[in-house]
Write a new protein. Structure first.
Length: 265
């Protein structure tokens, strides 16, 4: 079988993958098969991306690689209907282990587990992947190639996936919370909401690009902008007081990691 791809679930992340695969020409639309329970949603995806829609059996049968993009609570029902295990299965469901899929699919199902994050919706996500017991190095390479459709990709051992979930999976929420509080603080200084948003957003984007393009450690860039006796130093002293920010971040990520482990049970 020539390389074809099936996507089970056409929600936000499923559509992000379709969009990325088509735009980056990783698969032609005629080689992308999608199963989506919502008929109107399925038709919308077909009209927008010219992909092929079908029922679960058809999509599985016609795909050499299958992405499982349904909600974790719906996954067991979907897996119970899959009879053909001679595929590469890529799961993007949070918390579900490769052992879970291998058990439900039976045989020697080749499974790669992936943890993308929200910026994948605009093609700028970060996805961590790990292989199951029967997935080959070729399978992992193919999964990585596919997932570059929505951003960067990093291979890790499965024992680190709960930490990945805490760091990058939940990470966008940490950024949004910090920005939310940053804007509120700017408004408290007398700026109007529009100006506060513009100043914060552009500073955030520019700083992120600076980190990526220079490759410099964050601590070095922070030191460069923190002049002795200056305004930035005054702010930094507040942030570093009692290491409250560092402790808060560690506690938050630990809580997210713990919850990820709980969801996997």
């Amino acid at each position: 079988m020539k390389k074809t791809i099936g996507i089970i679930g056409g929600g936000n992340m499923g559509e992000a993958l379709i969009k990325g695969l088509v735009e980056k020409k990783l698969f032609s639309p005629s080689k992308i098969f999608v199963c989506e329970a919502d008929i109107k949603r399925a038709q919308k995806l077909k009209d927008k991306y010219c992909i092929v829609i079908g029922d679960l059996d058809t999509v599985i049968a016609r795909s050499s690689t299958v992405i499982l993009a349904v909600k974790p609570q719906d996954m067991e029902n979907v897996l119970s209907q899959i009879k053909d295990q001679d595929k590469l299965f890529i799961s993007i469901a949070a918390g579900l282990t490769t052992k879970f899929f291998e058990k439900k699919l039976g045989g020697k199902a080749r499974v790669v587990r992936a943890m993308p994050n929200m910026p994948a919706l605009i093609g700028e996500g970060m996805t961590a992947i790990c292989n199951g017991r029967y997935a080959t190095s070729t399978d992992v390479h193919e999964a990585g190639r596919i997932l570059t459709a929505v951003g960067g990709c990093l291979g890790v051992e499965e024992k680190y996936m709960d930490a990945v979930t805490a760091v990058s999976g939940s990470g966008p929420a940490y950024v949004f919370l910090f920005v939310e509080q940053w804007i509120a603080a700017a408004i408290s200084l007398g700026l109007n909401e529009t100006d506060a948003q513009n100043l914060v957003y552009e500073t955030l984007v520019g700083s992120a690009h600076l980190l990526r393009l220079t490759g410099s450690p964050a601590c070095e860039l922070r030191a460069k902008v923190t002049s002795k006796g200056g305004t930035t130093e005054a702010a930094m002293k507040v942030f570093f007081k009692g290491n409250a920010l560092g402790k808060l971040m560690k506690d938050a990520l630990s809580a997210a990691k713990k919850r990820s482990k709980e969801l996997a049970k």
